[in-house]
Design a binder for this molecule. Structure first.
Ligand code: UD1
Ligand code: MG
Length: 449
């Protein structure tokens, strides 16, 4: 037997219970389409090629996987045994090795489990089929794994076809099978549909292999890994399970999550060592946080990079292109978009920085706004190192504030301010001694004055 390994991902089910325009397997879990989780797992154990089986109308799925997997179309949903058939052509030159069959709607499956299955397949007695078994809390409609006296797998009985004794079996089919390619392609056509559902069951391949004197085996995993998504409630359950996994991995890597169950991570969130994430923080895609950063409560980050020792939040919003320098402070109700904030710079309160550069050590007072949009185009604001922007200033882009410059509070800056200059752009003040008292007395005694 060679070590060749291919994968077939079944995704031709209609997913009607999702009640969605989006094909089921493209619904995201932790920000990544669930089929991508499956393709990643298959890819990381070296499966090549990988063939995704779709239904005729699912161009969106074929498009989404193009470049990383081949696609095949199952014309009618006649069962999992039938679903593998259209993949045969894509795998045609494959006469030996292993084909691992997975479902596109089980995002929790891990590469570690798949590789245990492949190892078992390549074991000394080379089982024809290795099935992923698990013990669900409620076996319900899962296929039951019938073991022989030697604990090898005799056959799989689908719940609807099981008798009372078989229905008592707790060990169920998790849906993943690693199959000897020669057996799969040699015996696929022997699978019939004489069962309660009138479907071609891929699970029948076990019984067929046994009849031909080939051994079959079971590798078990936790029920989490076999979680399938059929509905929005199932999607939420998978999201919760994936979040739990991502949080555990972050904490394993040296991140403090003060209240892990309130922090939402994305598949690609990268958090350094000694990062502290306070309760209720949401990470969208594309966030990288360096060592020692503190992310305070109620912050939302996506497409952002935060350098060592910075403090973000509470109530901060980092949008795509936010690049926060080492030791910088981004405080409450501050939004940063497509902007570099230099090391040690501070924007502590109520500020919008968009399409900008903020130099090292600059200080943006409360209510500083970069006016980056004129209704037609976006323009840049450049704030030099050590500049000080007084509170409630509007910097009307394109505009540059030089290094070390000071902008007086309440300024509306439309022209560049040179380095070390002071700019105060506001209406002249008029203070009239006794003016208020005179005004009040006029109002109280109309006509007398
Ligand atoms: C299947 C297994 C069952 C196992 C369970 C685990 C069979 C016969 N039964 O049952 O033993 O316990 O999964 O979840 O295999 N699909 C197609 N084309 C089809 C039918 C299905 O692509 O014609 C795909 C579906 O999109 C889905 C997967 O195959 O991703 C499984 O199909 P599903 O109908 O959920 O199978 P179950 O009845 O749950
Ligand atoms: Mg199912």
């Amino acid at each position: 037997m060679t070590d060749r390994l291919a994968a077939v991902v079944l995704a031709a089910g209609m997913g009607t219970r999702m009640k969605s325009e989006l094909p089921k397997v493209l619904h995201p879990v932790a920000g990544k389409p669930m089929i991508d989780w499956v393709l990643d797992a298959a890819g990381s154990i070296g499966a090549d090629p990988v063939v995704v089986v779709t239904a005729p109308g699912q161009d969106a799925v074929r498009k989404a996987v193009a470049g990383r997997a081949a696609s095949a179309v199952q014309e009618q949903p006649l069962g999992t045994g039938d679903a593998v058939k259209p993949a045969r052509q894509a795998l045609a030159p494959m006469t030996d090795g292993t084909v691992i069959v997975l479902y596109g709607d089980t995002p929790m499956i891990t590469a570690a489990t798949l590789s245990r299955m492949v190892e078992a397949r390549r074991g000394p007695d080379a089982p024809a089929v290795v099935v992923l078994g698990f013990e669900p809390a409620d076996p319900a409609l899962y296929g039951r794994l019938v073991l022989g006296a030697d604990h090898s797998l005799e056959r799989i009985v689908e719940a609807r076809d099981a008798g009372p004794v078989e229905r008592e079996i707790r060990l169920c089919n998790g849906g993943v099978m690693a199959i000897d390619a020669a057996v799969l392609f040699g015996m696929l056509d022997a699978i019939g549909n004489a069962n309660v559902k009138g479907e071609y069951y891929l699970t029948d391949i076990v019984g067929i292999a046994r009849e031909r004197d080939r051994r079959c085996a079971v590798v078990t995993c936790s029920p989490i890994e076999t979680m399938g998504v059929d509905s929005r409630a199932g999607l939420a359950a998978a999201e919760a399970a994936m979040q739990a996994r991502l949080r555990a991995a972050a904490m394993d890597d040296g991140v403090t999550l003060v209240a892990p169950e309130t922090v939402f991570l994305c598949h690609d969130t990268r958090l350094g060592r000694d990062v502290t994430v306070h309760p209720h923080v949401v990470f969208g895609p594309g966030v990288t946080v360096a060592d020692g950063v503190e992310i305070r409560s109620f912050s939302h980050l996506e497409g952002a990079t935060v350098a060592t020792g910075a403090i973000v939040g509470p109530y901060a919003r980092l949008r795509p292109g936010a690049d926060i320098g080492a030791g910088a402070h981004i405080g409450n109700f501050v939004e940063i978009k497509n902007a570099t904030v230099g090391p040690g710079a501070k924007a502590n309160h109520l500020t919008y920085v968009g399409d900008a550069r903020v130099g090292a050590g600059a200080n943006l007072g409360a209510g500083t706004i970069t006016c980056n949009y004129d209704g037609f185009a976006k323009h840049r604001t450049d704030i030099g190192a050590g500049a000080f922007i007084g509170s409630n200033s509007a910097l009307v882009a394109p505009v540059a504030i030089g290094d070390g410059a000071i902008v007086g509070a309440g300024s509306t800056v439309t022209r560049d301010v040179p380095a070390d200059a002071l700019a105060v752009v506001r209406g002249e003040d008029r203070i009239v001694p006794g003016g208020a008292a005179r005004f009040r007395s006029r109002r109280a005694n109309p006509g007398k004055d």
